[in-house]
Ligand binder design. Structure first.
Ligand code: GDP
Ligand code: IMO
Ligand code: MG
Length: 434
């Protein structure tokens, strides 16, 4: 069995897109299994920059199957735009497959997302307002539209009246409105069905057959463990499970079919939106990292909050997500600092805390405890030449930083990323496919 999962070990934006694209070169099938276009995965190929929200990052490599699994929520307009952008870059979409069981985001989901945020007032989540939460709500409430419905006018005509009535009533109560008629809704959904029909399939069958054949299958996570609806900083989370366990439900594969789990771990911490972040740096240093790291949301353009690396979180991610190796990314952003700090545990009311607390009130009172490590100089040459020289050629203090992460978490750093491009990557393991 040759499968590999890539997940975020923090609050998202760890560089999953870049790492997925790098590993996709040797993969046959790349699968998204949760989230929607709240995700923003940036991939730089030479001077071309791709920002993918729904398409699996493997779409940029020729000859691969790129699968949108049933656990993903799909904004079809957004997906069609992304598909056009990929085609405009001279790449094909032959490999694209879309699960017939995935749910579809509608305009009323986006409206509800905005309305719910307003209702929350100063406890708003800071969502991407892409309708992700309301779409997953409908999935759980059994009032969602699935991709397979888009091909069946009778089903749509049967379902539409009750759903639309419900949404109109709710939106009206919440101070918004929805002027969509049943006909408009059905026509729109049928139009989407037509556009997507060539790509629609039972993706669980496809992925499992791919695994059976001995293909190399890469699962591409979105968001990160701290945004996981169960294990993240609830309620400041997204509306799906984000860790590797979600592959089972979101791609329709058994737990015994998930091989290694590669956790993307940014060399420091960032978070977009509201909610607790124990190692957040307020002031100049946080701003410096934000600017140097280009920490602006891929999806919403919002500045990301920045802070030191938090190993309590990394260990949380390892335990919950079964991470077997880290891809430590954006180490280059810390170049040129005299010292770098790493949080090893917290203190709360004089007590040592080693595990991330569930409770917001406890979280607000945590004091991170840091170890200060020596920083490393900026490298003179290009990141590409530094990467080409391999791990041993990196500054000793940087290697010391990586070793510290490995020692504290018990997980090897199999991949090191020191730039945006494929060539700015050090693969310490070589073969990721058992
Ligand atoms: P994702 O959501 O986890 O895929 O990450 P994003 O794409 O939202 O954010 C990561 C950003 O950092 C993107 O702009 C990447 O091009 C960039 N990036 C990824 N790895 C590195 C790295 O090692 N160094 C630097 N400087 N940038 C990186
Ligand atoms: P990638 O895959 C960073 C955050 C939002 C908000 C919270 C809930 O690029 O790492 P939602 O719209 O999902 O209901 O918003 O989750 N969020 C992300 N933050 N990276 C992401 O994805 C995110 N997807 C959602 O900012 O705080
Ligand atoms: Mg992102």
């Amino acid at each position: 069995m040759r499968t590999l999962a890539i997940t975020g070990a923090q609050w998202g934006d760890e560089g999953k897109g870049k790492i997925t694209d790098y590993l996709a070169q040797d993969a046959d099938t790349i699968v998204r299994f949760q989230g929607g276009n709240n995700a923003g995965h940036t991939i730089q190929i030479g001077e071309d920059v791709f920002k993918l929200h729904l398409l699996p990052s493997g779409i940029l490599r020729a000859g691969k199957a790129a699968v949108i699994g049933n656990g993903v929520v799909i904004d079809v307009e957004e997906l069609l735009e992304e598909m056009s952008a990929v085609e405009a870059s001279g790449r094909g979409l032959e490999g694209l497959r879309i699960s017939d069981r995935a749910h579809v985001i509608l305009n009323y989901h986006r409206k509800l997302d905005g309305a719910e945020e307003l209702y929350r007032g100063d406890r708003s989540v800071g969502t991407t307002r892409r309708g992700i939460g309301p779409c997953y709500q409908d999935k759980a409430a059994r009032t969602g539209f699935r991709v397979c419905d888009l091909l069946e006018e009778d089903t749509l005509r049967e379902k539409a009246p009750a759903v639309l009535r419900m949404k109109k009533d709710i939106l009206e109560v919440m101070g918004d409105s929805c002027d969509c008629t049943e006909d408009m809704l059905v026509e729109r959904l049928l139009g989407w069905g037509k556009a997507l029909e060539p790509y629609i399939c039972d993706s669980s069958v496809l992925v499992n057959e791919s695994i059976d054949r001995g293909d190399r299958v890469l699962f591409e996570g979105a968001q990160g463990v701290m945004l996981d609806i169960d294990h993240g900083t609830y309620p400041y989370v997204t509306s799906s499970n984000t860790m590797a366990g979600a592959i089972c439900s979101g791609a329709g594969v058994g737990p015994n079919r998930i091989g290694d789990v590669l956790g993307c771990l940014k060399a420091y911490t960032t978070r977009v939106g509201e909610g607790p972040m124990p190692t957040e740096l307020h002031g100049e240093l946080g701003e410096y990292i934000m600017k140097k790291g280009g920490e602006f949301g891929t999806t919403t353009g919002r500045g990301r909050r920045c802070g030191w690396l938090d190993l309590v979180i990394a260990k949380h991610a390892v335990r919950i997500g079964g991470i077997t190796s880290f891809a430590v990314t954006k180490l280059d952003v810390l170049n040129g600092m005299e010292t770098v700090k790493v949080c090893t545990h917290y203190e709360l009311d004089g007590e040592r805390i080693d595990h991330f607390p569930a409770c917001l009130s406890r979280l607000s009172r945590l004091e991170p405890v840091y170890v200060e490590l020596p920083g490393w100089e900026d490298w003179g040459g290009s990141a590409e030449s530094v990467a080409a020289a391999g791990y041993d050629g990196l500054p000793s203090e940087l290697k010391n930083y990586v070793s510290f992460i490995e020692k504290e978490t018990g997980v090897p750093a199999g991949m090191i990323s020191i730039g945006k491009r494929r060539s700015e990557t050090i693969d310490r393991r070589g073969s990721w496919w058992a």
